[in-house]
Design a protein around this ligand. Sequence first.
Ligand SMILES: Nc1ncnc2c1ncn2[C@@H]1O[C@H](COP(=O)(O)OP(=O)(O)OP(=O)(O)O)[C@@H](O)[C@H]1O
Ligand SMILES: [Mg+2]
Length: 456
Amino acid sequence: MKLGARFSLIFALLVSLAAGLMALFFYLSETTHLENSIRDEQTIALRKWAGLCSEAALTKNEIILIPYMAVLKREPKLAYSAYLDLAGKVLVHTDPDLIGRPWDPSWETGDLWVQSAPVMLRRQRAGRVLMAYKGDEVRSETRRLLARDMRRFGLIAASASAIALIVGLILAYGIARPLRIVAQGALLIGEGRLDHRIRIKRKDEIGILAASFNQMAKKLQELDELKNQFISTVSHDLRNPLSAVVMYGEWMLNDEKDQVLPRHREKIAVMVDNAKRLGIFVTNILDAAKIKAGKMEYHPRPLELSLVAKNALSLFSLVAQQKAVALSAEITPGLAPILADAERFDQVISNLVSNALKFTDRGGSIVLAAKPAAEKVRISVTDTGKGIPADKLPHIFEKFSQIDAAAQRAQGIKGTGLGLYISKKTIEDMGGQISAEPAPGRGARFVILMPVAMAP
Ligand SMILES: Nc1ncnc2c1ncn2[C@@H]1O[C@H](COP(=O)(O)OP(=O)(O)OP(=O)(O)O)[C@@H](O)[C@H]1O
Ligand SMILES: [Mg+2]
């Protein structure tokens, strides 16, 4: 669940919980409050009734009670009201049949709320009044009032929850949005886009976080530039002396006057071989640095695949023969030329064929093929070598990635682990795609898709 949704849900849940607790508290206190106010009303009515009865006793005229009696009878909750003299004889009663009879306590039975008060005449008791309310009527009145109040409260609580949800959403959006921007920025910086900056101008913690990320990216960018500069300077400075070593070494080996002693000749050959390898390594490092900096130059022109195949075969057929590996090309006749920089494309094919030769044992075979595929040309290098394990396939094009560097070195297989990285970048920069897959049977297959050169 996203942060915004989670945040607003928690917010709304908390408000609903608070509203629920408030509703419970309100229900309990309102029940007592309603019961008390009904009792207060009844006490007021009883006092009024006792006061009127005092007046009637004073004037000895009970007729004045008749209008109030009529009012009391209209009250549906009232069971009866009565006025008794000191001897307990009923002087006035809402039921006229009981007037004049002695008070019988059995009349009070049933679900009744009875209240009584003395009738005073010149500070002397002159009798008592009684008022009885029907219990069920009182309770249903309480319930009705309570339900009305709870409905109003519910309406207020629901509105408060809805407002809380909206406020929660707005708040969550306000927090989640900049966090999302920071997360996306951090992801881009992590992917190597060191020139990316997170554009958030705030003074709070999120603003500080964004500023720290930007600071980190700036520092990393400076270090990266410094590293690239260092690599290209050192590589450049290494290339010239290395060329001199190779050149003079080869000159000595080709010396026709045989002035170089045979015991020295072998050592010079090793020296030339190693200097050449170091030269390839330096070239690879320089190429990778150029590609990374976007400074690699391409001159795309229509390129015939038959020519590419011819170059590759002439370059590697001797090594293939020595290793007893069959190296062949299968180019569909009349295949349309591709659009590519010839030198760079040859470099890619050389790396794929040299890899295939490195990892294919004696008796194996390597096929360089090219055929049309929709609007493109599909070029593949398939070998019958040791192949690439499925879990290594996704990483094979990464910088310095070698399946088992230590084992390869122990077997005398040489390489820097930069060839496929450079190949992938080169092919993609030229508008193509490259992928690796297991070859049918055994071995590895590298497939390149290149755009066809349009006829001028
Ligand atoms: N045809 C292949 N069969 C089996 N493994 C391969 C094949 N091609 C490449 N690999 C694996 O991928 C790794 C990376 O290849 P890559 O060409 O990038 O580097 P390299 O050949 O080791 O060195 P270099 O930079 O000299 O090319 C190799 O070291 C090897 O482990
Ligand atoms: Mg290689």
